[in-house]
Design a protein around this ligand. Structure first.
Ligand SMILES: *Cc1c(COP(=O)(O)O)cnc(C)c1O
Length: 401
């Protein structure tokens, strides 16, 4: 198995911090008790869960009682949406955006088949929402506004508090998928308009399979996973103790590193981005230049396929992403970039680099040394270089080189 690589795909997942591994290990070996048990052996584990709950709450400025541990970000999104609808059975309208993660988008699509109407807000060329469009879509029938904090593909950050204020004015609940934002943007639920907020462990240097949902005190909540009385009846299922302890530790470390790490990541990201777009012709940054996460850059290289770039990078041990889902053999361009209305040539040649606190200057240097050659080689193979019309025609006919 390949072990060493230049990992610039941190919006897909992150390396587990060694301190996090150390914190969780005893709960895989010695302390395997069930925190819901009556005996001391199990009960002592409950104390560790409370400590983790305190750590996670602190990261987002919430109260411990407002944190529900989940199995992942996807569960958090699903449960928040379902809970909001169950709490207001008379309301049948949901507002979201065209650029959400599938964990929100596909739930909304299913709800449309169950009698709900859904408004999918559009974005402009820079990936930004139009708050007037939101305002015009809100009605007394709107149960929920569910909008992501930051986009996983472009890093574009939405004006969460302004969205929240408008939602409140119309009596709608406000859920935020903050999986990409937690640990990268400092936030404080005490002064926020957010009612529910999703986060996920493996996007912030905890392991996969653990997450949390923040539910503001006073917001009516119905469990999505129905079972025992764990999480005060809000989420059934025996606690994932090692995962919860890990998430707590990861949250503590994120708080410690947030400012310094994001400054460093932004500097490295900006250097990577600026050098690429100045040394390689016909490429541009997708997304807003400033309203963006510090660790993400999405760049469109015209006239070539993003997947081809990824395969070439992979041969050098460099991990990035195209953001497009490769489903059943047909290469569908990213729904996010499509919603932004990017031109065809850019849409298919877009690559996302996402950094973490582990990214080094030397790694960025290596990518910068390799990328121009890759793009040049691929473009030389494309007979329609600098000829949009011909390139488009080739695509339409389904001819692939
Ligand atoms: C990764 C991600 C999710 C899903 O989280 P999982 O823990 O992998 O289920 C949801 N939303 C966004 C924005 C993400 O980036």
């Amino acid at each position: 198995m390949q072990k060493n690589c230049i990992f610039l795909d941190n919006n897909a997942t992150t390396k587990v911090d060694l301190e996090v591994v150390e914190a969780m290990l005893p709960y895989l070996t010695d302390y395997y008790g069930n925190p819901s048990s009556m005996h001391t052996f199990g009960g002592q584990v409950g104390k560790s869960i409370n400590e983790a709950r305190r750590q996670v709450a602190a990261l987002i400025g919430a109260d411990e009682s407002e944190i529900i541990f989940t199995s992942c970000g996807t569960e958090g999104d699903n449960s928040a949406i379902r809970a909001a609808l169950l709490a207001q059975p008379e309301k049948r309208h949901i507002i979201t955006t065209q650029v959400e993660h599938p964990a929100v988008l596909n739930v909304c699509k299913q709800l449309e088949t169950q009698g709900y109407s859904v408004t999918y807000l559009s974005v402009n060329l820079q990936g930004q929402l139009d708050l007037d469009e939101l305002e015009a879509s809100l009605t007394g029938n709107t149960a929920l506004v569910t909008i992501m904090y930051a986009n996983n593909e472009t890093g574009v950050v939405f004006p969460i508090e302004q969205i929240g204020l408008r939602s409140k004015e119309h009596g709608a609940l406000f859920h935020v998928d903050a999986v990409q934002a937690v640990g990268k943007i400092s936030m404080n639920m005490k002064t926020s308009t957010v009612d529910m907020l999703t986060l996920s462990g493996h996007k912030l240097h905890a392991p996969k399979g653990i997450g949390a949902l923040y539910v503001r005190r006073g917001v009516r909540f119905r469990p999505f996973i129905i079972g025992g009385q764990q999480e005060r009846g809000r989420r059934g299922g025996t606690h994932n103790v090692p995962g919860i302890v890990a998430l707590g530790k990861a949250a503590e470390l994120e708080m410690l590193h947030l400012e310094e790490a994001t400054t460093r990541e932004k500097r490295l990201r900006d250097r990577l981005e600026r050098t690429l777009i100045t040394t390689i012709p016909d490429c541009e940054v997708n997304g807003h230049p400033t309203q963006r996460l510090p660790n993400t850059t999405n760049i469109g290289f015209k006239y070539i396929e993003g997947e081809a770039i990824l395969l070439s990078l992979n041969q050098y041990g460099i991990c990035a992403s195209s953001g497009s889902a490769c489903t059943s053999g047909s290469l569908e361009p990213s729904h996010v970039l499509r919603a932004m209305g990017l031109p065809y040539t850019t849409l298919h040649g877009s690559i996302r680099f996402s950094l973490s606190r582990y990214t080094t200057d030397a790694e960025i240097d290596e990518v910068l040394a390799i990328m121009p050659g890759i793009v040049e080689r691929l473009r030389a193979l494309s007979p329609f270089r600098s000829d949009d019309a011909g390139w488009l025609k080739e695509r339409e006919l389904g001819v692939r080189s």
